[in-house]
Write a protein that binds this ligand. Structure first.
Ligand SMILES: Nc1ncnc2c1ncn2[C@@H]1O[C@H](COP(=O)(O)OP(=O)(O)OP(=O)(O)O)[C@@H](O)[C@H]1O
Ligand SMILES: O=C(O)C1=C[C@@H](O)[C@@H](O)[C@H](O)C1
Ligand SMILES: [Mg+2]
Length: 184
């Protein structure tokens, strides 16, 4: 099915953060929204609020396909109706064509990119709250990391997040966005 292109003026576009689990989308998105004076929305947190349970519980009691459907409904509608927000996606959101197309079409998409070695240092902090990691061997997680990187490559800007703190990354992004606005 052909989806209609969403025409949004550049300065009203949502800033959308994508990237692998633990890249820092939620942490950096929150900081960036504060710096830009924009409202912050996090896909996982909004789904948890709407459905009254943590993502891990949704996976356990209803299964991943139900979660993916919730994710799609929430994000496609958000792209259609919301403006001037900072939006952090879940790590798997961008794998769905409809979500990816809606985000690229209506928003400015930033890929928070980190290498495998840096990501491994965060693994322990993630495992309890990321059901996708719980059922996989490290080799399988690595394969997922590599395959998803190819999909995240479809973005407007890539930001390396290996070497800097969330505060520094958010500050750099905010500066770039403000400078871009001045040139418009
Ligand atoms: N630049 C950074 N340097 C060091 N630690 C970081 C950095 N960014 C995030 N973290 C830490 O990594 C963990 C995961 O961060 P966060 O929850 O923001 O990731 P996420 O991309 O939103 O993940 P998910 O896709 O699962 O929602 C947190 O403990 C956070 O404090
Ligand atoms: O990478 C993923 O597939 C996921 C990442 C998290 O943000 C959550 O959306 C959920 O745990 C699935
Ligand atoms: Mg997150």
């Amino acid at each position: 099915m052909m989806t209609k292109s969403i025409q949004v003026p550049l300065n009203q576009k949502n800033i959308i953060l994508i990237g692998f689990m633990g890249a820092g989308k939620t942490t950096i998105g929150q900081l960036l929204a504060e710096k830009l004076g924009r409202e912050f929305l996090d896909a996982d947190q909004e789904i948890e609020r709407r459905h009254g349970m943590p993502v891990t519980e949704i996976f356990k009691s209803m299964g991943e396909p139900v979660f993916r459907q919730m994710e799609k409904e929430y994000l496609v509608e958000l792209c259609r109706t919301s403006r001037e927000k900072v939006v952090s996606l879940g790590g798997g959101s961008f794998m769905q064509d409809e979500i990816r197309n809606a985000c690229l079409d209506s928003g400015i998409v930033y890929h928070l990119d980190l290498d495998w070695e840096s990501w491994l240092k965060r693994f322990e902090a993630l495992i309890d709250t990321r059901p996708i990691l719980q059922s996989k061997s490290l080799e399988e997680v690595r394969a997922l990391f590599d395959s998803r990187k190819l999909i995240y490559a479809d973005n407007h800007y890539t930001v390396a997040v290996d070497q800097l703190s969330p505060e520094e990354i958010a500050e750099n992004m905010a500066r770039q966005i403000r400078e871009g606005r001045e040139r418009e």
